[in-house]
Ligand binder design. Sequence first.
Ligand code: F0G
Length: 460
Amino acid sequence: MPPLIMEPFRIKAVEPIHLTTYEEREQALKAAGYNVFLLNSDDVIIDLLTDSGTGAMSARQWAAMIEGDEAYAGSRSFLRFRDVVEDLTGYRHIIPTHQGRAAERILFTNLLQPGDVVLNNIHFDTTRANIEYVGAEARDLVIAEGRVPSIRHPFKGNIDLYQLDRTLTEEGERVALVMVTVTNNSGGGQPVSLENIAAAAEIAHRHGKLFFIDACRFAENAWFIHERETSQRGRDPKSIAQEMFRLADGCTFSAKKDGLANIGGFLALNDDKLAEKCRNLLILTEGFPTYGGLAGYDLAAIAQGLEEVVQESYLRYRINSVARLAERLTEGGIPIVEPPGGHAVYIDAAALLPQIPSNEFPGLALVNALYLLGGIRTSEIGTLMFGDAAKMDLVRLAIPRRLYTDAHLAYVAETAYAAASLAHSLTGYRIVKAPPVLRHFSATFEPLQRVGQAPRLSRV
Ligand code: F0G
């Protein structure tokens, strides 16, 4: 187990947790149709559904919010936001948006034609959905190791450079954009090396293509580079991040992750013509280019968050706390995606619950067991989310930033041990009702009870 690195902050405000009983949770889950997305958050003890917009802000961020300037145009908060983003990324045009997917939609609407292809290590769901919405194709080219949960590799998020070059050579005229997602959320929150980003940029540019970064977790990626890439060891994470951004022509960003804010995002790029088109669409759907759908105080919080997120003491603690949870799970014999990523630990539900076939949703069975046993809310990333195209059945334990202490995460591990000890008696689920797209958000289910298997978890 990695040694404990204490939180490099004091806690200034606290929020009580409603400690539910097993019976209360059983009722709440049933009422939610066995879908934790449909629970009220008051019925959740530890919420690991996402690390997006769920972190704790600093006293300085709150102070900056109070000083936020709500002017419609040219607000002081925007100017600070722009200066901080410009210093970090080096891009000429900084376009604020209400969150990451809005930046994606604005970029793809202006850049892509039906039939175009976008290449990426692995597209996040909203990125893929926004590409497909305009009739283009989102193609994933992560290295082979990035698809096997048990293989350890320092940069499992790397894009396959050989495949990238080959695709551009063979189908170059269809490819409109090359992207790299850092860290690679859909592949387990795995980092991409600086060397790989540089090589991917070089290949894209050699073929005359734009190269963008999906930068939601850029600081966590920079920390992994600092820790694992021999040539970068000891380098300041901010300077690594600055180089990552400067290798690309632009980025999409959700400030809800490494912006350390509860809402916000941006699109940043160098191309003047494309930026003008994006700003015009922004005005139509998000707002004037100096607020982009955000309040002035949101921009102020993001600017401050971006300065805090690259601090070495913060990143060392952050990545360590996720690694300790992963190690606790591994010590308890729970199979996880190795090595753990930056923002989440992914349990391999298919390996833990081999008796549940993928069409009975082993991930959902584990998600619901973790909720019933300990009030922990997690999310299924597998057959329920992706249908038959799913390559793995995982459960993501996403860790909000600065929100939970090591004791909270120890409790999470204990709950997971309890679920693992009952693994043989867990049953799968059947869909009662599901919408045609993005079914995992709102579908309802019924537990399948099999002869010889316990119909209900025992109390812990
Ligand atoms: N790209 C990546 C890699 C993401 O992880 C997300 C969001 C987005 C884009 C979209 O950003 O939510 O601000 O619109 N990921 C969240 C998650 C929702 O839970 O992983 P957004």
